[in-house]
Design a protein around this ligand. Structure first.
Ligand SMILES: CC(C)(COP(=O)(O)OP(=O)(O)OC[C@H]1O[C@@H](n2cnc3c(N)ncnc32)[C@H](O)[C@@H]1OP(=O)(O)O)[C@@H](O)C(=O)NCCC(=O)NCCS
Length: 181
């Protein structure tokens, strides 16, 4: 029997959060994945061309088809441009917790889009998916992500030593968490 797919399109004042489709690949590459220095604390592998990046987006289709894959493309209502991604991943169904990841294009940084999108996804995670706890593992050097986590009410809980490998180096990550009380 097929499981219900609980994925839903979401909307905020300025954004639509929807499934990512193959046609988004070019724009995601232009807005995010051509700038490794920007996304290196989000995804460790650089892409040296659009061709090397495209298979990753094509994978999303398979993941969505399996159902309950909670990855949203962040789209600007005004221009219909895809400018970011937010996902709930590493679901621990027995304990009702999961992790969150997010990225907003360097071209649109610091305009409140990250906060707007992540707030909505956390609300959906708590109220529709019934998660009790959502964590973000954030590289200590990632000031923008720490600011975003704090600004939406996540709390610093602990530090994981050498938990993120980038090239030949290991970085510590801070665990930020939010609990649905
Ligand atoms: C982290 C990220 C998603 C923030 O997105 P954003 O849309 O720029 O964030 P917002 O504009 O909503 O800002 C949220 C808060 O972070 C602060 N902030 C945003 N960019 C910042 C920066 N470069 N340096 C310091 N603080 C920053 C804002 O001032 C705001 O704080 P406030 O609410 O106290 O005023 C974005 O920088 C990003 O995609 N970084 C690369 C990918 C990444 O590292 N993802 C996280 C992996 S754990």
């Amino acid at each position: 029997m097929e499981k219900d797919d609980l994925f839903e399109e979401l909307e905020t004042e300025r954004l639509i959060l929807r499934k990512v489709v193959d046609e988004d690949a070019e724009m995601l590459y232009q807005n995010i994945y051509n700038n490794f220095d920007y996304f290196k604390y989000y995804y460790q592998l650089p892409f040296d061309s659009f061709e090397s990046y495209k298979p990753l987006v094509e994978k999303y289709k398979e993941w969505y088809a399996n159902g309950n894959h909670f990855r949203w493309g962040v789209v600007l209502k005004e221009t219909n441009e895809i400018i970011g991604l937010v996902q709930l991943h590493t679901k621990d169904i027995l304990n009702n917790n999961c992790k969150i990841g997010y990225i907003i294009s360097y071209k649109y940084n610091n305009r409140g889009y990250g906060k707007e999108a992540v707030t909505k996804v956390i609300d959906f995670g708590f109220n529709k998916l019934k998660f009790h706890r959502i964590d973000a593992n954030i590289v200590v050097e990632n000031e923008a992500s720490i600011k975003l986590a704090e600004s939406i009410g996540m709390h610093f809980e602990s530090e994981r030593k050498d938990s993120y490998k980038l090239g030949e180096n290991y970085y510590n990550q801070k665990v930020y968490t939010i609990i649905n009380k």
